[in-house]
Design a binder for this molecule. Structure first.
Ligand code: FES
Length: 171
């Protein structure tokens, strides 16, 4: 039997390796407040960065979308009326409005606050978001009431004969 094993067995001393490299086992799993705060801060920063990247990627992917898509006959859009369509993909709801002055405008239907669908209000001549009572001015899509701070992305519409086409989604 080796000398160090004899030490352990006979006198209750720790083995030589443990005396040479002492470890405080009780404190080994102890996490300090500073480490917890550091972990939470880094985790929050990573989540914020991932969130920002997702939002940025979504904007970049849709910016300047310029495919041409038929959205319906112009006769279907009377004065002070709206028409729903999807552009540039089937996952992107949009709304076209013929204003009381006869001007044709179109926007993404996704509210810039928390993404509820906006609807056209004939009586108020504005685009309303029912979720938090947000409102957008119909001529430019600018926010005029409620929590939204950014304008609705505009969709360019072209009329060719009696047919309407979406041609570009502006960021
Ligand atoms: S989601 Fe439109 S106002 Fe909040």
């Amino acid at each position: 039997m080796s000398e160090e094993k004899k030490d352990c067995a006979s006198c209750g001393q720790a083995p030589k390796w443990q005396r040479d490299f002492p470890i405080e086992w009780e404190g080994d799993h102890y996490v300090t407040r500073r480490e917890t705060v550091k972990f939470l801060t880094l985790g929050s920063l990573l989540l914020a960065a991932a969130n920002w990247m997702t939002a940025f990627a979504g904007r970049v992917l849709h910016r300047g979308s310029s495919s041409v898509q038929h959205i319906g006959p112009a006769s279907a859009l009377e004065t002070s009326a709206s028409l729903l369509f999807r552009y540039p993909t089937d996952q992107d709801p949009c709304i076209a409005v013929r204003t009381p002055e006869g001007k044709l405008v179109a926007y993404s239907q996704v509210c810039t606050h928390l993404s509820c669908a906006v609807v056209y209000s004939q009586s108020e001549n504005s685009l309303l978001c029912p979720c938090h009572k947000g409102a957008f001015e119909v001529d430019r899509g600018s926010p005029i009431a409620g929590p939204p701070t950014r304008a609705l992305p505009r969709v360019k519409i072209e009329q060719r004969g009696d047919q309407l086409f979406a041609t570009e989604l502006e960021a």
